[in-house]
Design a protein around this ligand. Structure first.
Ligand code: ZN
Length: 378
């Protein structure tokens, strides 16, 4: 997510904070200072928010570590003013996996809550909520007791079946075992949007701007993920040879083609990347628009493709699953096109455009696991 920066890394997962999170801290510090007139009054709500966000990070790690165990790669966890988001490489295919990943998050808060309650009581807290967060909590014990309470709220709020919140994911997972992923997601996202509308109204009327913001997030999140699943189901089972440019439609060059010849092909043809084949038809590399254009603007004189081509280019088998296998190879290569080979022989070329057309120009499958948090304003 743009505007986020890394604050740490654990188990191969980057933890990032979005800059707007600091706006939230500043806002709470300001309100705290205004209502108490003291530095302590400004620091208390700030400390509560920071502690709460540590709990949100732990909640996200609950999801992420279980997802990792189930073989799903996690890119990062990002903290936003409305909660945390884990970026998962893919959606879990099995509904039961999704339910496991989802429940692990709130479970973290269910474990944390009694620990904080216990620490609070040991430190002499009275079992009550602070009357007003912004005029002080009273004591360190009371602070911990309040954190325990916030963890209960975190677990309960996220278990509301407002897809894509955790509760909504559990609902989707349970529905999916009977109705299939597509139908289950459609129902869950409709339910999620109803909740979003209700949260938005309650937030607006009650002056809880965070809840209204969460509602907007839920509304678009539900819609976006329903679209993603629809697309995944539509494109399920597509293999590379279904969409690639076959060999007769792919222009190739030899290492001995002159630079001028290739430049001419780029300018007058529709192709920008060319597999390079030697005289016996073996694939020896690729020459891409990038090399051709760099060479065209370079003062050095290049004479042949051999001097310019990339030689260690990954290849893709024609039977590879388009989205599961081929697309990651293409993305990792950083190239816009890769040769498709079978038994070492070129059979075609797969381009980013081929994949884009196959996916109906929609976003690529990626899932975010979100945790919303709310703070009541005393
Ligand atoms: Zn969660």
């Amino acid at each position: 997510m743009g505007g986020s920066f890394k604050i740490g890394r654990f188990s191969g997962i980057d933890v990032k904070v979005h800059w707007t999170f600091f706006l939230l801290l500043a806002f709470f510090a300001f309100i705290g200072y205004q209502s108490s007139g003291s530095l302590a009054g400004a620091l208390t709500p700030t400390a509560v928010i920071v502690a709460l966000f540590i709990c949100v990070v732990l909640h996200e790690f609950g999801h992420s570590l279980v997802a990792q165990r189930l073989g799903i790669e996690i890119h990062s966890i990002t903290l936003l003013p409305i909660g945390g988001v884990s970026n998962l490489e893919s959606l879990p295919e099995k509904p039961s996996d999704e339910v496991k990943i989802t429940l692990a998050g709130p479970l973290v808060n269910v474990v944390l809550a009694p620990i904080f309650f216990g620490v609070g009581l040991l430190l002499g807290a009275e079992p009550r909520m602070p009357s007003d967060l912004f005029t002080g909590i009273g004591s360190v014990g009371q602070f911990f007791f309040y954190l325990g309470y916030l963890n209960v709220v975190l677990a309960l709020f996220n278990l509301i079946p407002a897809f894509p919140l955790d509760g909504g994911r559990v609902l989707r997972g349970l529905l999916a075992t009977r109705l299939g992923a597509l139908r289950a997601t459609e129902i869950a996202s409709r339910v999620g949007q109803l909740f979003a509308a209700a949260f938005f109204l309650i937030g607006l009327l009650g002056g809880n701007f965070l809840l209204a913001l969460i509602a907007v997030f839920i509304f678009f999140g539900a819609n976006g993920e329903a679209q993603m699943v629809r697309q995944r189901e539509l494109t399920r089972g597509l293999i590379v040879s279904d969409v690639m440019g076959s060999k007769p439609r792919t222009e190739t060059v030899t290492p001995y083609h002159t630079f001028g010849q290739v430049l001419d092909s780029v300018i007058h043809g529709y192709q920008e990347d060319f597999p390079v084949l030697d005289e016996s038809g073996n694939l020896v590399g690729m020459i891409t628009r990038e090399e051709i254009m760099t060479a065209a603007h370079s003062p050095e004189r290049y004479y042949s493709v051999r001097e310019l081509m990339k030689t260690d280019v990954p290849t893709i088998p024609p039977q590879a699953d388009l989205f599961e296998d081929a697309l990651p190879i293409l993305q990792q290569s950083g190239l816009r096109a890769l040769p498709v080979t079978e038994n070492g022989e070129l059979v075609g070329m797969l381009t980013i455009e081929d994949v884009g057309q196959a996916s109906l120009l929609g976003p690529l499958p990626r899932k975010t696991e979100a945790t919303a948090m709310t703070v009541e304003k005393g």
